[in-house]
Design a protein around this ligand. Sequence first.
Ligand code: NAD
Ligand code: DAU
Length: 336
Amino acid sequence: MKLLVTGGAGFIGSAFVRLAVKNRWASRLINLDKLTYAGNLENLISIEKDPGYRFVHGDICDSALVRLVLEEERPDAIVHFAAESHVDRSILGPAAFVETNVRGTFALLEAARALKTPRFLHVSTDEVYGSIDEPDDADEAYPLKPSSPYSASKAGSDLLALSYVTTFKLPVVVTRASNNYGPFQFPEKLIPLMISNAMDDKPLPIYGDGMQIRDWLFVEDHCRAIWAALNHGQVGEIYNIGGSRALPNREVVQLILAQLDKPLSLMTPVTDRPGHDRRYAITTEKIEQATGWHAEVPFEQGLAETIQWYRENRAWTARVKSGEYLGYYENNYSHR
Ligand code: NAD
Ligand code: DAU
């Protein structure tokens, strides 16, 4: 199979690319990435010399470039990760989210339609369902009620992608995953931020009461689910992907502090995130039954591996926490 991956220099995309090359999922793999603050070619050093791998530096909103890459490569499938992905940044500046997540997805869909790409997997999120009250768990037919510009832009792109199945018979499959964690995650999201701040003995900012619930999924489990959905998912269908491990944020942070042998006093309550979703919870029976996939990595094991990775890769973290990150951190946290 010849694969075009978008956003393959980001956290989940790079995990997918590393797994795909290692497991020979593709004879050729093209990675189209704009290298925003979140894209990092260091994440791909282990596979960059593979003869089947090609990196293209470009923006998915650039229709001419996207079309050219598809014409040159004629991939059998597109796996579309590229997005602006952080909720807090979507509150500070929503424009890039609409641009990349909606217009960028549109540009890709148009090119795939023109070139009759045989398979298009659109990577989405459980955040499109919004906050879910107990005792409900969202299945794939649950109503969409996104709360942030990020999740609304993802919901918009999901609907656009699905409309290309109905209207143009483009063979699209949509996946919606819960909160990912693992090595190489940019330290703006909860787990890598808390690990890196704790390692530096800096305060750990807990939004509101810290009792918001997220379902944690190890990144490689997510990548294996995407591969399973790409191969065995039905066109026009949506597949939730979750770790079946729901925890309040405070508990996650306490586990991190315990593993790092740091004091609980580092936890610092700060003003809540506007529009903060209280609870995410999804069912995963559909993908399990359709593909045989199930999450393999227990949270405690995945968290220990992740912490170990950040301990061993302090230089990576120091590099990504310099420059642009400092301005973002000041913007997001100084007024809280
Ligand atoms: P990330 O922010 O780590 O990486 C995004 C990547 O996309 C970066 O490499 C960036 O350079 C690239 N990119 C951004 N805009 C681009 C553009 N206009 N053109 C080309 N490349 C561009 O994101 P992530 O956490 O790896 O998430 C990947 C995908 O998975 C996203 O679609 C996200 O919505 C979805 N998702 C993420 C999670 C999570 O917990 N992180 C959970 C569910 C779904
Ligand atoms: O559910 C899937 C989504 O998970 C993905 O689609 C998003 O791309 C990804 O960013 C993630 O969104 P969240 O908003 O849930 O992730 P984040 O890591 O930003 O926050 C997790 C929880 O931790 C949330 O309740 C907010 C809280 N939090 C986060 C940060 C960054 C804090 O309390 N303090 C913080 O400093």
